[in-house]
Design a binder for this molecule. Structure first.
Ligand code: AMP
Length: 211
């Protein structure tokens, strides 16, 4: 069986876009802890109510809360997953190996990209919550303003995709990523990809690495 894939990279580095392609083309399942948390908030669950203000500020939710939510939503023995947005701290890396992946094979791919490119990308990002399509007002605008080409639903601008919150999210990312990279590097499980540029080219490189 193929290895599970852990996508590492700053918010807006393209992890979600590439994950969607891998699901469509390569039979992986995609799990995004950000999506799971947003769905708890949308449902108004106890967990959702607890984490809402944390997401609005761009800070990190408590490790065990995210781990429990993740565990309830995946089955790593029967499917191969793309982990998107988890792990985000060294503690989460260790929890993932110890409590979720255990002996299953996994590989981390780091999307390396300049922060200023990210800020530009994220403030222009629009999402279709139901279809999962991701647009960019500059590089991939929808055909009709504000409407998803695939589902016809109204596109949203995430509340945490404003410049101020994005800069905080990038700071949170910068403070946590180095030990995570070191961990996977030491374990010979790290690949690095240039996250800037054409998503099609990036996808080609990703497939070379994974297939
Ligand atoms: P994302 O959609 O991955 O950009 O995540 C959106 C927000 O959800 C983050 O800014 C955090 O507040 C929260 N979040 C997502 N994944 C995690 C995680 N693994 N650990 C802690 N907080 C998370």
């Amino acid at each position: 069986m193929k290895a599970h894939v852990i996508l590492l990279g700053a918010p807006g580095a393209g992890k979600g876009t590439q994950a969607a392609r891998l699901v469509a083309d390569c039979n992986y399942k995609h799990v995004s802890t950000g999506d799971l948390l947003r769905s708890e908030i949308a449902k108004g669950s106890d967990l959702g109510n607890k984490v809402k203000s944390v997401l609005d500020k761009g800070d990190l939710v408590d490790d065990t809360m995210v781990l429990d939510l993740l565990k309830c939503n995946i089955d790593v023995t029967n499917s191969r997953y793309i982990f998107d947005g988890f792990p985000r701290t060294l503690e989460q890396v260790e929890l993932l190996d110890k409590h979720i992946l255990k002996d299953s094979k996994s590989l981390a791919v780091f999307f390396n990209i300049d922060f200023e490119v990210i800020v530009e990308r994220v403030i222009n990002r629009r999402m279709a919550p139901k279809s999962g399509e991701i647009y960019n007002l500059i590089s991939r605008p929808p055909k009709v303003d504000g409407i998803c080409d695939v589902s016809g639903e109204t596109l949203i601008h995430r509340k945490d995709d404003t410049e101020e919150v994005v800069r905080n999210r990038l700071n949170v990312f910068k403070n946590a990523i180095d030990p995570i990279i070191d961990y996977y590097k030491k374990d010979n499980r790290l690949k690095v990809i240039d996250g800037a540029g054409d998503p099609e080219v990036i996808f080609g490189k990703l497939k070379e690495i994974l297939l």
